[in-house]
Design a protein around this ligand. Structure first.
Ligand SMILES: Nc1ncnc2c1ncn2[C@@H]1O[C@H](COP(=O)(O)OP(=O)(O)OP(=O)(O)O)[C@@H](O)[C@H]1O
Ligand SMILES: [Mg+2]
Length: 206
């Protein structure tokens, strides 16, 4: 069982969107995935109420019971656990990061996100677990993403080769209780998620 924590101290960087789309990519590829929602906003848990299908399983939790929730997922036969974390939540984010095999750090190509990324990198370094930046919300034809990639290179954390575009499909799919691989399976958003999912998950082939 692989555990991925999606962590960013900056609000709105795309943690929940990434966590849910990863879990759905796993479901579509026949793997059992569980999302543990540590965010008091409960965005992932609320999203699951829009969804007619039972998988992926979404459970709400708090940092102190994360270990128990992970064990329950393992006993239930999960292949992949994704932990969605809250912004501005250093202690809980660190607990999640320590529990993970891989930490994904979504970051938008904007100075506001880039200015805040050092706090998240500190959490990943304290946790001592492998981390990967993911540029999210990249606009086509803009040089902002290249500039952001250059700025992120200073932190000693690798950057995912695939960049997630700023795409309406990410918003519309979640509003319908779906992920992009279900909403537009042949579309560019699904292609990006599948590429990132395949590059970062064990047995990630779809
Ligand atoms: N690649 C994308 N393209 C377009 N919109 C996106 C993309 N990723 C996320 N969004 C939108 O940006 C907003 C913030 O995304 P999301 O809720 O996933 O961020 P978050 O990091 O989980 O936020 P929070 O810190 O509040 O938990 C949402 O409205 C979401 O639909
Ligand atoms: Mg969120």
């Amino acid at each position: 069982m692989q555990i991925i924590a999606v962590v960013s101290q900056k609000g709105g960087s795309g943690k929940t969107s990434l966590a849910l789309n990863f879990a759905i990519a796993a479901t579509v590829s026949g793997r059992q995935s569980v999302v543990i929602d540590l965010d008091p906003q409960q965005s992932a848990a609320r999203w699951s109420r829009l969804r007619s299908l039972e998988e992926p399983v979404i459970v709400s939790g708090h940092a102190p019971n994360l270990g128990q929730l992970i064990e329950a997922a393992r006993e239930g036969g999960a292949d992949l656990v994704i932990i969605d974390t809250a912004p501005k939540s250093e202690t809980a984010a660190l607990v999640a990061a320590k529990a993970a095999d891989l930490i994904l750090i979504p970051c938008q190509p904007s100075s506001l996100d880039l200015d805040a990324v050092a706090d998240t990198v500190n959490i990943a370094k304290l946790a001592g677990k492998p981390a990967l930046f993911v540029l999210n919300g990249c606009k086509a034809g803009s040089t902002l993403s290249d500039m952001a990639a250059e700025a992120l290179a200073d932190y000693g954390v690798p950057l995912a080769t695939v960049r997630i575009g700023s795409r309406v499909a990410f918003v519309k799919s979640l509003a319908e209780g779906k992920g992009v691989v279900e909403y537009e399976p042949k579309g560019p958003s699904a292609g990006e998620i599948i590429e990132l999912y395949t590059a970062t998950t064990k047995k990630g082939d779809m």
